[in-house]
Design a protein around this ligand. Structure first.
Ligand code: F6R
Length: 263
């Protein structure tokens, strides 16, 4: 893991956008993995600026969502396909028909998960995946206890996650769906590159467990330690509980320009 600590989310978003631009400079038809929640929003803003400035085009790109709530009406603003359309697709030049997600209203949810996993494979796999991390260490909706080898599957959301996401549902936990369809940890580990952004003191424990804890189903983000191409982008508050902070800062300051440390 390459640990990058910077003062603001805006600065971290620049690092993420640069990594994404590098991928699209090599392959304009690359496949982007998109996350919902608050963490990736500054990245989408930064990508939008680059599209406007002409230094990035997603015209030939495909994008795949990490997850989708089960059972929200098609037009619900917090259904993740609507979130991604609003916060990402509408502010870049990606073709909205090339943005894919799980169908949380499918009659057969297991079959839908199989279909989605295969759709990612058929698209050639994800070239670069954007991630956030939950307070309980989840990536996508892989809650503690989920197999680190899991593929796309239906997931039960923990009370913690539903409380955290209630802010998107006028603060009412009862309005937050209880289930979601989510890429598995194994699906995420197949992405060729990963950029994970975490900010704020409420993420500090999860970040410590992800980066320095044992690889364990207790913190599914810890599986990223097994991937050789991950940038973990942190503000000072999210990095505060890392034991080896000085080491990460030193490596970053002295790294060969543009290198991914795992390669
Ligand atoms: C989003 C997702 C989640 C979030 C995580 C953090 O698609 O799958 O894992 O990344 O819950 O959410 P925020 O960024 O809102 O703190």
């Amino acid at each position: 893991m390459e640990i990058i600590i910077k003062p603001t989310a805006a600065e971290l978003a620049v690092v993420a956008a640069e990594a994404i631009c590098e991928v699209y400079a090599d392959n304009p038809a690359a496949v982007l993995g998109v996350a919902t929640g608050s963490s990736p929003l500054p990245i989408y803003q930064e990508l939008s600026l680059r599209v406007q400035a002409g230094s990035l085009s997603l015209r030939h790109a495909k994008a795949f969502q990490l997850d989708e709530y089960v059972g929200l009406p098609q037009d619900h603003p917090e259904a993740y396909h609507n979130f991604i359309r609003r916060e990402f697709a509408s502010i870049t030049d990606i073709d909205p028909n090339q943005v894919y997600g799980e169908d949380g209203l499918a009659a057969d949810l297991l079959e839908e998960c199989r279909r989605y996993e295969q759709a990612i494979v058929d698209a050639g796999g994800i070239d670069i995946q954007i991630l956030g991390i939950g307070v309980d260490g989840h990536i996508a909706f892989n809650e503690p206890g989920t197999s680190l080898n899991s593929l796309t599957h239906p997931a039960v959301l923990t009370a913690q996650t539903r409380r955290d996401n209630a802010r998107f549902f006028s603060g009412d936990i009862d309005k937050v769906p209880t289930h979601a369809l989510t890429q598995g940890v194994g699906t995420i580990l197949r992405a060729r590159k990963i950029v994970l952004l975490a900010t704020g003191a409420n993420k500090a424990d999860a970040v410590r467990d992800m980066v320095e804890g044992p690889v364990s189903i207790s913190c599914t983000g810890s599986a990223l330690q097994l991937h050789n191409n991950v940038k973990v982008l942190l503000d000072e508050a999210a990095a505060a509980k890392l034991e080896r902070q000085d080491f990460y800062r030193e490596i970053y300051a002295n790294r060969p320009q543009g290198a991914w440390l795992g390669l």
